[in-house]
Design a protein around this ligand. Sequence first.
Ligand code: ADP
Ligand code: MG
Length: 584
Amino acid sequence: MKQIANEMSAVQLYKRLLTYVKPYWLVFGAVILSMLVYAGSETAMAALMKPLMDGSFVEKDPFIIKWIPIALIVIFIVRGIANFLTTYGLGWIARNVIMTLRSEMFDRLLTLPASFYDKSTSGQLMSKLLYDVEQVADAATDAILVLVRDTLTIVGLLAWMIYLNGLLSLIILLTVPFIGLLVYKISSRFRRISKTIQDSMGDVSHTSSEVIEGHREVKTFGSQQYEAKRFDKVNQLNRRQRMKKIATEATSQPIIELIAVLGLAVVIYLATLPQMLDQITVGTFISFITAMFMILTPLKRLTKLNSKLQAGIAAADSVFTMLDQQPEADTGKQQLERARGDIRFQQVGFQYNANSRKVLDDISFEVKAGQTIAFVGHSGSGKTTLVSLLPRFYSPTEGQIFIDEMDISDLQLLDLRKQISLVNQQVILFNDTIANNITYGQKEVVAEERIIAAAKAAHAWEFIQKLPEGLQTEVGQNGVLLSGGQRQRLAIARALLRDTPILILDEATASLDSEAERHIQSALENLMQSRTTLVIAHRLSTIEKADIIVVMHDGRIVETGTHQQLISKGDHYAELHRLQFQQQ
Ligand code: ADP
Ligand code: MG
């Protein structure tokens, strides 16, 4: 039953893949035509053997002696042109399909929700984009080549053989079911192996990308051996899977050849029986044997095709599964140019998965435009989760969130996010110039004075000025050429330039020492001016001026008030405060 289900979905995958070939039907038609010509020239080659033997050598016919070499050249020229057109045309279609699939996958990546990225590693996704797409096109190209060209060749040659001698041909045809059965048996094995090869390629790429990205951690923790062992495991697995495939390929080919050669032996035996010898000329026999041998090559390819085809099906499955992922829900209709910045959470609850515990429970608070609200609490208490509901990275599972008394789920996603700037601990910079990093996301060209003004307000101008190429300095991949504090200040400049009514600071200064933090504090204060700010800070000294402080514990709000109120209350906040004070 499962087998049938698989076959069904394989057919669906082909159909879907065909829709990608559709725009190129004209080229495709030309390819099929040149395949037909190719198959014809192959048959002509075998057929040429008969006049060559009988006419040139036995009967010594001068006309045939003169024309055979010329015919040979003509056949080979036609065959060559047909071959070129087939290969080039198919390659052209394949490269176009790969490009389309890749750009569709990339577009999909841009619209997938945060929860999708929680579940997949970047290595796995990269492997789909780089490796699986190629596999799909590779397999499809081979499939068409073999299914059409080789099948036509086989049909042409068989027809010639039947024309030469029906009885002998019948014997050859008897071997076909055996080969067919064998091919069928091997194919299901190929598909299984191909799927595991793809998975193990994903493992190899994600394990190595982790080490590449985390090379500092690997060095400081001295975990080279551990990582080497981990990599060795996936590497070994990948090799074993590959070897299984090679073994299957390597055994299937000789077995099929053996079956074919058995047929050949029978043909030779029968053709040389006294009764037969009278009917069959040398030319007929040689031409027949030539055709038989020429059939072997496309037949062999037919068996090899299966491994590719199965790999292609597995890869297509992986590509289409990714394309079928639900993009972020953007059902909101309401437009919003610029919000005032009032924010209200009403009994908001949230869980990451339907069957996991509530990470947020009964969260209600209100903050007026321009005010600052601070969230404090132990790590894991749900602060980051809470603020990530505002730009709708996730949707609350209970309750509602309002901006200016509009339910954010009614807003268009783009309009909602346009209101919010986010600065967190991990500043992501793009491999580009400082100027382009500061203006990232701006729709229009930004005048240099405005960039400089933002950089100055973010206290970033001091260090940018000193760089050899100023604003045009390249920051390297993810800004590796800058210090943590410098990156942080670029992020602040970026947020300043964006000038949104709402600002989220999630441990924006956590990775900095207190000296650097002091430096950034005034940049942050510039940024927070006249904006509604949600700030999460692990150093309580930085939030004393907040209008409201919310203390969280285990996904619930346990205390709310100003710094003074909460200190004099002498409960959770006061305790947190005392602990931190002690440490310093
Ligand atoms: P905080 O920012 O206060 O340290 P978080 O909001 O990051 O807390 O985490 C709150 C809880 O949610 C933690 O128990 C954490 O394990 C869980 N959590 C955080 N992110 C995810 C996620 N993407 N998927 C599932 N659980 C998560
Ligand atoms: Mg956090």
